[in-house]
Ligand binder design. Structure first.
Ligand SMILES: [Zn+2]
Length: 478
């Protein structure tokens, strides 16, 4: 990329809220249902049908807003956004315009080791449209079909400030956003099901310039990979255009994953094209401080705060803290293991390495070893009753049998040998059988110590307490 230019990126992200029913009627929200079965006069947009706001949807939207550090308005207004589309039977979408639910938030991302804040301009609520289906039918060459099931599904739209300067930053932002929203469980954020949809506003300008260039809106960025590829393509396209003396057109462009290119779709509509006006069928949405605080009180600790606490209070490495806070079930599992084990650092490596090896990609919620049981095992290692090697043998047996570590130890006679007398006997035998290595050690080759440790471990089937063994060996070898 030419270093004379800098890209400026803002995102608009639509997120489907995890409610059971739609935003203005009681029809179920269900993915993959038989077309046009989850519908009623309200979401079909029949004349005279009146919307009733779903309280749970509002609470999830408030949670999302708070998690994104936004200020939630005490009063916000629903507005009609008028446009015609075959999958929008009302002829308008119920959205929010000049008084959205929440404003002025931020999300922190990590850019080259430094923290950068991406501003959130606003979070507003709206209903989703239905779906036009142009393919997959015998007569698709002549007809399009419409499925209204999705109509009325509750969404929030999250609009960012134009704060991102590369496709990598946009990727990071979306990753962080998705993780946060999943953590507070306001949405599954399943991109394959369209629960998280992303559009990007992209412009370029000469590096150091204040004024923003003309932006194009890129749509159809429905995976993290597409987002990155589409942005890279669009940035290059605009730079080449501007560099050759041309002008970027303000337009909506569609990303085509098959070609990796964006193509002009239509000139970008302005807000006034939608003829927004306050929705006359809904009263203003009032969110009292008391209600907001009630919602805030039941929210979990957010992943960023958790990560910070894991590093500062528990002494974990940045990387481990990252892995262990990647998803809420993982973080909760780890915290239980650490509490039972009484050793946060050791618990971190057991959950992020040994347990992951055992799970082989299965969901941690379906782990064959409970957090309490793993905590007990780690605690035994931490207290020196088991060696790490023995514990690693016991873990898969726990998964297989469902027994506790203690039960398996008792049954198989496994425990760390910390009895010095017993260990000394074995050490003497090893030393007597290895005159060459003893000579090397005495000659200053201390690395040969590993050989002796290995021999004793072999003779004890890995049961020697490593600390006691290390001390005894050093004494014996002088
Ligand atoms: Zn309905």
């Amino acid at each position: 990329m030419s270093s004379r230019y800098e890209p400026v990126i803002g995102l608009e992200v639509h997120v489907q809220l995890a409610t059971r029913s739609k935003i203005f009627c009681s029809c179920p929200v269900e993915f993959g249902a038989e077309p046009n079965t989850n519908v009623c006069p309200v979401c079909l947009g029949l004349p005279g049908a009146l919307p009733v706001l779903n309280q749970h949807a509002v609470e999830l939207a408030i949670e999302a807003s708070l998690a994104l550090n936004c200020q939630v308005r005490n009063e916000s207004i629903f507005a009609r956004k008028n446009y015609f589309y075959p999958d929008l039977p009302k002829g308008y979408q119920i959205s929010q315009y000049d008084r959205p639910l929440a404003e002025r938030g931020w999300v922190e991302i990590n850019v080259g080791g430094a923290t950068k804040r991406i501003g959130i301009t606003r979070v507003h609520m709206e209903d989703d449209a239905g779906k036009s289906m142009h393919e997959g039918f015998k007569d698709s060459d002549r007809y399009s079909y419409v499925d209204i099931n999705r109509s009325g599904t509750p969404l929030i739209e999250i609009v960012t400030e134009p704060d991102m300067r590369s496709s990598e930053e946009a990727y990071q932002f979306l990753t962080e956003l998705k993780q946060t929203l999943q953590f507070v469980e306001v949405s599954s954020c399943d991109m394959e099901k369209g629960h998280l949809r992303c559009d990007a506003n992209v412009s370029v300008r000469l590096r150091g310039a204040e004024k923003l260039g003309t932006k194009a809106e890129v749509k159809n960025l429905n995976s993290f990979r597409f987002l990155k590829e589409a942005l890279d393509y669009e940035i290059e396209r605009q730079i080449a255009l501007v560099d050759a003396g041309g002008k970027v057109k303000q337009e909506t462009r569609l990303y085509n994953p098959d070609t990796g290119e964006t193509a002009g779709m239509r000139s970008k509509e302005e807000a006034h094209d939608y003829r927004y006006f306050p929705e006359p069928d809904l009263v203003p949405l009032k969110v009292s401080d008391e209600w907001m605080n009630r919602v805030r009180a039941r929210m979990p600790e957010l992943p960023q705060a958790k990560r910070k606490r894991f590093i500062e209070a528990l002494g974990l490495k940045e990387y481990d803290a990252q892995v262990l806070t990647a998803a809420r079930p993982m973080a909760e599992y780890y915290e239980k293991v650490a509490a039972v084990a009484g050793d946060a650092k050791m618990a971190a490596s057991w959950v992020s390495v040994e347990l992951q090896g055992l799970l082989k990609g299965t969901d941690i919620a379906a782990s064959p070893v409970s957090a309490e049981r793993l905590g007990e095992l780690v605690g035994l290692v931490s207290k020196g009753e088991l060696t790490g090697k023995l514990a690693k043998e016991i873990l898969p047996k726990m998964a297989e049998t469902g027994d506790s570590a203690r039960a398996i130890m008792d049954r198989e006679g496994l425990k760390a040998i910390a009895d010095t007398g017993e260990l000394e006997k074995i050490i003497d035998q090893v030393i007597a059988a290895s005159p060459k290595q003893v000579e090397q050690y005495k000659g200053g080759k201390t690395t040969v110590m590993g050989y002796f440790v290995g021999q004793v471990m072999k003779a004890t089937r890995g049961q020697a307490n490593p600390q006691v063994l290390g001390n005894l060996l050093k004494n014996k070898l002088g």
